[in-house]
Write a new protein. Structure first.
Length: 670
């Protein structure tokens, strides 16, 4: 119970941090400092609380009577909840360190409110992971949505306000769908406690309706296609450390909700649920990275990349749910292992990339890649960390993104060997879409890193940029090291995550490592040694150098250095390829899919509906005034005028009124 108690203390610490930020709003530097310190302390408490539960796999529960019979305060910290708490706490720790310098840029612009909403945001997410009652789940879900909404509109510019409005609408539409799913649970069980749902056996049609409602509701929070349009607008509008939290962990709350309802509560009993999750995940992965490749705004590109990676996670979730529905423990555990491992990995490398993008914007004062370039010389450490994150998100070995996608591929290979025709077809098709996603992601992040850090500066701001302050640099370097450690040390980490995945399916034992090798349940299917692969990849660059030393012969000992030569012309920065030119061929070839993005974007329709509602309200207001309010006001005036006639100013008449009133009361009494 110590872990559960410590987690509740962590939630309380973040809540205190929010209050302190509010109390010290008149001295924003003190508010920034308190918010950062409280964030670090609360994050460490969350990490310490989560690790023992993950290692032991023992679920901890606590139930306290609430103010209403349906609102029993029930808390349950199992392996999945502890895993999510660990991810949230780890990324919040880095964001808090980063904020010590970054938030000072907002000094005098309401930085205290940023600390207030950030701490409230994280406190609500941590509480959401362990709450086991639908009523309080919806309460904390709403607090999370509202606090993140205020972070999105923090700048109070038209772009951020519009983005916040779209996010507000889609988030609350998702909340209504989730509420509908929970209402079905209550209707069938008579309780809002999730334990009652776990023990109940809903009929197949009702269970399917509840799952689809929850999938769409949580999918809106996760940013699945076609419910993703808020994400590339809201994430760039928020401050960079808040963007890292929203992209790195908040969208995972949506994934957590899908797993919790589909697997934990409804036990993933139906095959087509998994196929639905798999299909939406594959579509989201391909379209997300395709739209990212066409962007020139760093943060919008990273936001679209989040859609891609949520899609990859859902591919693993879908494969795992198919394994559970068909009674195949190996497929169930390996699929969920790939999904959960990628959930952790994405939090690390996407947090790194968003914080790195924040450092670029902090120094170069632009998000437009057309105005960047040449930052490797002025921001070398940020550039190296950013390169690590870009390689990790492209799933290049030996980094962490490679390992989680490798497990996902193995789950899909296992699907391709199944007897059911639809599953047998879905596995290879998903493999093709995942491979296409990987190729497009590589092109996307070659463009991102190359346009920001390579070549020559394309603006004065980029030319005069300097390295980020120490706290910001420390955060991105630590996240880069985490990306390396989660990849090279996969044979130590994968068994723990596999135990979390196995806890969702009866704690079946599936072997995912063998010494320093990682395996997908069976060494006969595939084996991979990440330490050996790392050594080979580190040694590979030395091979050309060694060959050069052995074969240089009588060549000149060194080359002459000089200005770049461009076919007889002096090199000019305009000769370098631009972000627009880099993606132009793909935009031309994939034009129908890019037009689909506009079709799927609901913002125009939402704005039209809003304007129509305002016009209708304006017209109805006139009708109500004319037909109801005005006649009532006129009747009141007439009544008042009639009563005024009784007032003559004659004392004798008033005495007569009193006598008449007494006679009437006497008659009524008799």
């Amino acid at each position: 119970m110590f872990s559960l108690f410590l987690l509740l203390i962590a939630v309380l610490i973040f809540a205190i941090g929010a209050v302190l930020a509010l109390l010290f709003r008149r001295s924003e530097r003190i508010s920034i400092c308190f918010s950062g310190v409280v964030g670090v302390i609360g994050s460490i408490a969350g990490l310490v609380a989560a690790v023992p539960v993950m290692l032991t796999g023992k679920a901890l529960t606590l139930a306290v009577a609430g103010p209403f019979p349906f609102a029993r305060f029930t808390v349950r910290m199992d392996s999945l909840a502890a895993f999510m708490v660990l991810i949230i706490s780890a990324l919040m720790l880095m964001a808090s360190v980063y904020s010590f310098s970054y938030v000072r840029e907002y000094d005098g612009r309401g930085a205290w409110s940023m600390g207030f909403f950030t701490n409230l945001f994280v406190a609500s997410m941590l509480a959401l992971m362990v709450i086991d009652n639908a009523f309080y789940f919806l309460v904390f879900f709403e607090v999370m949505s509202l606090s993140s909404y205020f972070l999105v509109i923090f700048d109070q510019e038209k772009e951020s306000i519009d983005a916040g409005f779209l996010y507000f609408l889609i988030a609350h539409a998702g909340s209504i769908l989730i509420m509908g799913s929970f209402f079905i649970f209550w209707w069938e069980t008579g309780s809002l406690d999730f334990d009652a749902v776990r023990a109940a056996h809903l009929s197949a049609p009702l269970a399917s309706v509840a799952f689809v409602l929850a999938f769409l509701g949580f999918g809106a929070k996760a940013g699945i296609v076609p419910l993703h349009s808020w994400l590339p607008r809201a994430h760039p509008a928020a401050p960079s450390h808040a963007s890292a939290l929203m992209s790195g962990v908040m969208v995972k709350v949506g994934v957590f909700g899908i797993i919790k309802v589909g697997v934990d509560l409804l036990h993933a009993t139906t095959v087509w649920w998994g196929l639905l999750v798999l299909a939406i995940g594959a579509i989201s992965a391909v379209l997300g990275v395709l739209y990212a490749l066409a962007e020139q705004d760093i943060k919008r590109l990273l936001a679209y990349s989040t859609v891609e990676n949520v899609g990859i996670i859902l591919i693993g979730v879908g494969a795992g749910m198919i394994g559970m529905a068909t009674g195949q423990p190996l497929l169930a555990v390996v699929g969920m292992l790939g999904a959960l491992y990628h959930t952790l990995n994405h939090a690390m490398f996407k947090g790194l990339l968003f914080l790195g993008a924040g450092s670029i914007i902090y120094r170069a004062h632009t998000r437009n890649m057309e105005e960047l370039g040449g930052l490797t010389k002025s921001m070398p450490y940020t550039g190296l960390a950013f390169l690590t994150g870009a390689m990790a998100i492209c799933a290049l070995p030996p980094l962490n993104g490679f390992v989680s996608e490798w497990y996902t591929y193995q789950a899909l290979f296992a699907m391709g060997t199944q007897g059911q025709p639809l599953i047998h077809f879905a596995g290879p098709l998903a493999i093709v879409m995942l491979a296409l996603t990987g190729a497009l992601a590589l092109a996307c992040f070659v463009k991102l890193y190359g346009m920001c850090f390579s070549g020559t500066s394309r603006s004065e701001h980029a030319a005069h940029a300097t390295e980020a302050p120490a706290p910001m640099l420390l955060a991105v370097v630590l996240l880069a090291l985490a990306c390396v450690a989660l990849g090279v040390g996969a044979h130590w980490i994968a068994p723990t995550i596999a135990s979390v995945a196995a806890s969702l399916y009866g704690n079946v034992a599936v072997q995912v490592t063998q010494g320093s090798l990682i395996i997908p349940g069976s060494a006969s299917q595939s084996v991979l040694s990440m330490p050996l692969l790392t050594v080979l990849l580190v040694a590979l660059p030395f091979v050309p150098a060694l060959m050069g030393i052995l074969m240089k012969g009588t060549r000149l000992p060194h080359r002459h250095q000089g200005d770049p030569w461009a076919c007889g012309y002096i090199h000019d920065s305009r000769m370098a390829i631009s972000p627009t030119g880099f993606s132009q061929p793909l935009r031309f070839m994939m034009a129908p899919l890019f037009r689909l993005r506009e079709i799927l974007n609901p913002s125009r329709q939402l704005n039209k509906c809003l304007h129509s509602s305002v016009k209708a309200a304006t017209r109805s207001e006139a009708v109500v005034d004319t037909c109801i309010i005005s006649p009532l006001v006129q009747a009141a005036h007439r009544l008042g005028n009639g009563i005024q006639r009784l007032q003559h100013g004659d004392f004798r008449m008033y005495c007569l009124y009193v006598v008449v009133a007494l006679l009437v009361l006497l008659l009524v009494t008799v």
